[in-house]
Write a protein that binds this ligand. Sequence first.
Ligand SMILES: *Cc1c(COP(=O)(O)O)cnc(C)c1O
Length: 398
Amino acid sequence: MNIKINSNFKNIKETYLFSEISQRVKRYSEANPGKDIIRLGIGDVTLPLPSVVTSAMKIAAGEMGEQKTFRGYPPESGYPFLKSAVQSHYQRYGVSLDISEIFISDGAKSDLGNLVDILGSNKVIIPDPVYPVYVDSNLMNGNKITLIAGNKENGFLPMPDQITGDAAEPAVIYICSPNNPTGAAYNSEQLAKWVEYALGTGSLIIYDSAYEAFITQDDLPHSIYEIKGAYECAVEVCSFSKFAGFTGVRCGWMIVPQKLTADDGTSLNKMWLRRQSTKFNGVSYPVQAAAEAALTPEGMKQCLSNIEYYRRNAALIGEVLDSKGIFYTGGRNSPYIWLECPDKMGSWEFFDMLLNKAQIVGTPGEGFGEAGEGYFRITSFGTYENTVRACDRLREIL
Ligand SMILES: *Cc1c(COP(=O)(O)O)cnc(C)c1O
């Protein structure tokens, strides 16, 4: 063919983290057949869906098979019943939203990746280390990225005073709190500094709250809209994946406040609606019915009980690291433990050591950005039994 491609794709790193991990694991298990490998690497849940969720899904599937209750295309931005449920969910934190500000989607990754469609060429500020989708989707659009480092000194919570260059320049700022991979979460005071910076410079904050339900500390906000002024400078992306086990079901939402306007006065809410109704045909009815069930009082109870299960795993891993004097963040308000590799080992060096000596697979911190070098992520999303076995092995080799 003689067609041209989007050459921005050439700027994206070839080796994808999880494919490199699976190659190394494959090589190891081929060389060491029969070895019992415990996988605590990938950020996927393991518990099955709560029963209220699957019941709602089954009922909805049945309705789709009856003439009287069959439904065709859903509204692009979601069924009113689910938007109302999300609206009530936010009221628990004292956050009021208009129904028109809520957009239901097939997940947070899609929303985060698609959001660049409606934004022009801006200064883009992304924390490092972080969920790789922010960097890659901006690179695909040809945007220049400024990274701000999280490290031991700032508790893996980069702040606006780290921003270099023209301090008054408006920017698109990504914030992930609680953070994947570090598990670090901003408190209200710290988030207020970000909102203040955004309002002062005319910047947009893209707030990823995928792990909001894992927060245990009372002083940590669950939504950026708990911070005064955030309606004028932030969109928020959230997901049913980690909170309700929807990684294989696919549902999330994005909040785009009516008050958000670009430099020429354009409403971001209108633009996002236009973008979604052009390129997206909505989330299936059984999935939205299942998502609504997750937000009912009984649904929340079941989802939080699953989160409690993962939290117990995180506590077990934390205990081992504490007993060995290894520095780590996360675990408390997040399903991830982010540890400093012992003996100044590099991330991949520690990965190989854990695989070879303990047959445990984790995720090298470097895969989430340069600032992650020398760190390592272990997930609490494994089964309790596997976590216990992994902890026994860690106690022996660390
Ligand atoms: C898992 C994850 C997502 C993806 O959520 P989906 O709804 O499954 O697409 C988004 N953001 C972060 C930080 C995540 O870790």
